[in-house]
Ligand binder design. Structure first.
Ligand code: ZN
Length: 202
């Protein structure tokens, strides 16, 4: 049984501190998913566990598609574990698009893979780009779910912020729910510490 939280801890990918999240809220914890995929052996073990869950559900995936940049490593490794091809979409004004000669067929069954699903905004933009080309988005997957959306097998219900379509199954290895604070109500700010912005720039 894969303990994804332990994998994040072992990879020093689950950071403790005082963080300013993309949403504008503050948090004591932050997931730096690129670090959990830094060791290809660990990435392989994690994505094998995720692929097993998807295979056991009985759905048949033709292709994994990831929103760049965050989803690309997880998507590639999951595609390898599922034995299917791997493509990615990239940001454009207002959405995402396939570039670099990647193509999808009408009726092709696509799984959208992210590293972490928070509200699922990027995953939905990727899904819209794929569906506009006539392919079917039949599942979403991520290494872990931040607790806004409902993953298969979890008792945690979707919150209003979740953007994923509820008609399509969402597979993830666990729920990572962290306390988040509005800056005006953040206990760490009140005790005089200053939130730092983690993520892709540091
Ligand atoms: Zn704060």
């Amino acid at each position: 049984m894969m303990n994804i939280e332990q994998e994040y801890l072992d990879a020093e990918a689950l950071l403790e501190g005082h963080f300013l999240l993309a949403s504008g809220n503050h948090s004591k914890r932050y997931l730096q998913s690129a670090k959990v995929l830094e060791d290809p052996k660990r990435a392989e073990l994690i994505c094998n566990a995720l692929a097993k869950m998807i295979n056991e559900s009985g759905i048949q995936i033709d292709t994994v598609c990831a929103p760049a940049l965050g989803g690309v490593l997880a998507g590639y490794e999951l595609a390898r574990a599922l034995g299917v091809r791997s493509i990615f979409v990239e940001k454009k004004e207002g959405g995402m698009e396939l570039r670099r000669g990647f193509k999808v067929q009408k009726g092709e069954n696509i799984l959208i893979c992210e590293d972490i699903i928070t509200t699922g905004g990027s995953a939905m933009k990727a899904a819209q780009a794929i569906e506009a080309l006539g392919a079917n988005v039949i599942a979403f997957a991520s290494l872990a779910n931040r607790g806004f959306c409902k993953r298969e097998g979890s008792s945690l219900e979707a919150k209003a912020e979740c953007k994923l379509s509820s008609k399509v199954p969402f597979f993830a290895l666990d729920d990572f729910t962290f306390e988040m604070y509005h800056p005006d109500e953040c206990p760490m700010c009140k005790s005089g510490s200053k939130a730092i912005k983690p993520g892709s720039k540091a």
